[in-house]
Design a protein around this ligand. Structure first.
Ligand code: GLY
Length: 592
């Protein structure tokens, strides 16, 4: 019986693809596979998990197979990444989770961003000359915010989980306790960071071999103290982290190293469910006027959702489709929209519990239209004409995103982080996990750029119990349907510090305006502009001719290496299409 069913599915897939290739223009539903493309997503009829590490994607996919929903799978994936992707997966950091519940058509924004400890002060990173002490802000116990990941996962499970909590953490415990085979990606990454990470003796002990050298591909990395910490979380829920032995270990480490986090900070930490930000977007110039979308994304303390909507509100008034993708004309329009969004970010964005962020104004259709009307379609503006210029620094960022859709149509878009690659580089003695250095996402000195070159204002200054502003942008795109409702179309997000927002924007535009499949859309070369510095960053793949044309329009162009690591899912006619970004070698989409 089972075999007959499988066989008939194969036949129908074959017939469907044959029918569509025979008459592409008439098909009401898109073909499953477009054979004229060189980029193909992973396809599955039920569920899909896409993350930056294949072991973690497999953990999530197994949970879906065992009857878990998207939220269960997301929680299991998050804990697995804390073991398999130590540079960004975490229990010592924080992040944002967007949740879509299909049955009620509701979307929720779960904020588990780190919090400034009670003892934090506005000028804590300024030296005697009033300058920002980068070493202190980046690589000390004081650079860590109160971690939010465990509280976030536990709240997600309490609200929407369907399997037992313990079951969701068991795979991560196994990977930590029994060990995992080190991949080429992890081995290379640990080797590249050896100098920085081995400065801390505890990190050296946990992530490097006894002789201090980096693990090679194929060797087994066991993380037994991390396994013990995970076991406590499995047994006691969030209390297994914020109270008792783990809390004692964190506080002892803080006290021994001039850190600020106390028992009270840990006990008082709360993840928050916030109202999502949303906006409508139509493709200008598309033959099909039914190309209408709704974007649902993360509100502050993320800046991502607001600025994605702001830029789409701007771009829908500009001839983006006509200008083409990866052309000088198309990139120019994106740059001018990005320039304004990042200028606004520097002035208006911060923790909404401390600062009244003008969400309605920034995401209004009218403001987007006004920005579009100020854009010269042939000539670059200067950032100094949009707002005052500052000098920026840059630093390699790392964060990680994963996307999940289940067979019920529920979805999770989750981005979480330690801030830098391996956060502060400091692991907690006895507890086996890495501490974030998220405090640098505050404006240590308003007006002076942080590690991502992002300038902030008082809105993002340091204060006790405040959340630092983030660029993380876990996002859903829905397609409007003929019945006046909406269907889930895309789940997307990316790491990349300040470049997250523009990577997600281009992923959405590629799939909507330019009609690319999710693999093409994710693989396509990216560009970025963030107002300050006044430079267009372009990835390999943007041609020299295009660069020359952009320069002739007045842009300063800088060729850079890769930007972002999108892990995305598209849903078409119930099929889940997963695309893992090839920019990260271990990333994988696994469906069932
Ligand atoms: N730490 C990077 C971000 O939150 O945007």
């Amino acid at each position: 019986m089972q075999r007959i069913k499988q066989f008939s599915i194969i036949i129908s897939i074959f017939l469907l693809s044959f029918a569509s290739s025979a008459d592409n223009t008439k098909a009401d539903t898109p073909p499953l596979i477009r054979y004229n493309s060189i980029h193909h997503p992973t396809i599955a009829p039920n569920g899909m998990v896409v993350s930056q590490n294949k072991l973690a994607s497999q953990v999530g996919a197994d949970i879906l197979k065992q009857g878990g929903n998207a939220i269960d799978a997301a929680i299991a994936t998050a804990f697995a990444l804390a073991v398999t992707l130590p540079r960004a997966g975490n229990i010592g950091g924080g992040g944002f989770m967007m949740v879509h519940i299909e049955e009620t058509d509701q979307q929720f924004a779960l904020d588990y961003r780190e919090l400034a400890p009670e003892l934090a002060t506005r000028d804590m990173y300024l030296d005697a000359n009033g300058d920002v002490d980068r070493q202190k802000a980046w690589f000390t116990h004081q650079s860590a915010g109160v971690p939010g990941t465990v509280a976030g996962m536990y709240l997600a499970w309490e609200k929407w989980g369907s399997l037992k909590w313990k079951k969701l953490i068991e795979p991560a415990i196994r990977l930590a306790d029994k060990g995992m085979s080190v991949s080429y990606d992890l081995g290379t990454n640990l080797q590249n960071r050896l100098d920085r990470l081995t400065k801390n003796p505890i990190t050296k002990q946990y992530l490097y071999k006894k002789d201090g050298s980096a693990y090679k591909a194929g060797e087994i990395l066991r993380q037994r103290d991390l396994a013990k910490t995970l076991k406590l979380i499995a047994r006691k829920g969030a209390k297994g982290f914020y109270q008792g032995k783990t809390a004692d270990l964190i506080v002892a480490d803080m006290q021994a190293n001039d850190g600020l986090i106390t028992h009270a900070d840990l006990k008082n930490y709360q993840a928050i469910i916030r109202e999502v930000v949303s906006g409508e977007f139509s493709v200008q110039g598309a033959e099909n006027t039914a190309d209408n979308y709704e974007i649902v994304s993360m509100p502050p303390p993320s800046s991502g959702g607001i600025h994605i909507i702001q830029m789409l509100n701007t771009l829908e008034h500009l001839p983006l489709k006509e200008a083409g993708r990866d052309t000088a004309e198309g990139i120019h329009l994106l740059v001018e929209a990005m320039r304004v969004a990042y200028a606004d970010r520097s002035a208006h964005l911060g923790d909404p519990d401390f600062y009244d962020v003008p969400i309605e104004f920034l995401t209004s259709e009218a403001y987007g239209k006004q920005i579009a009307s100020d854009i010269d379609q042939a000539q670059a503006r200067k950032s100094s004409d949009v707002a005052p210029v500052s000098i920026a620094k840059k630093e390699s960022p790392d964060t990680t995103h994963f996307s999940v859709v289940d067979k019920f149509g529920n979805a999770v878009s989750n981005t979480y982080t330690l801030n830098f690659s391996y956060g502060s580089g400091i692991m907690v003695k006895g507890a086996g996990f890495m501490l974030n250095n998220e405090m640098d996402d505050f404006s240590s000195k308003p007006g002076v750029p942080n590690a991502y070159g992002l300038v902030g204002s008082e809105a993002n200054s340091i204060a006790p119990n405040k959340r630092p502003l983030s660029s993380m942008t876990p996002t859903f795109v829905f397609k409007k349907n003929a019945q006046g409702g909406k269907d889930l179309f895309m789940v997307t997000g990316s790491p990349g510090g300040s470049r997250i927002i523009t990577a997600v924007l281009q992923n959405i535009l590629n799939a909507t305006v330019h009609g690319l499949n999710i693999a093409e859309s994710t693989h396509a070369p990216r560009m970025h502009h963030q107002w300050v510095p006044d430079q267009v960053f372009v990835e390999p793949g943007i041609s020299d001719d295009t660069v020359e044309e952009l320069e002739a329009m007045g842009h300063k162009v800088k060729k850079v290496s890769t930007m972002g690591s999108i892990q995305a899912i598209q849903v078409i006619d119930g099929y889940k299409y997963g695309a893992a970004d090839p920019r990260r070698p271990d990333a994988e989409a696994i469906g069932h």
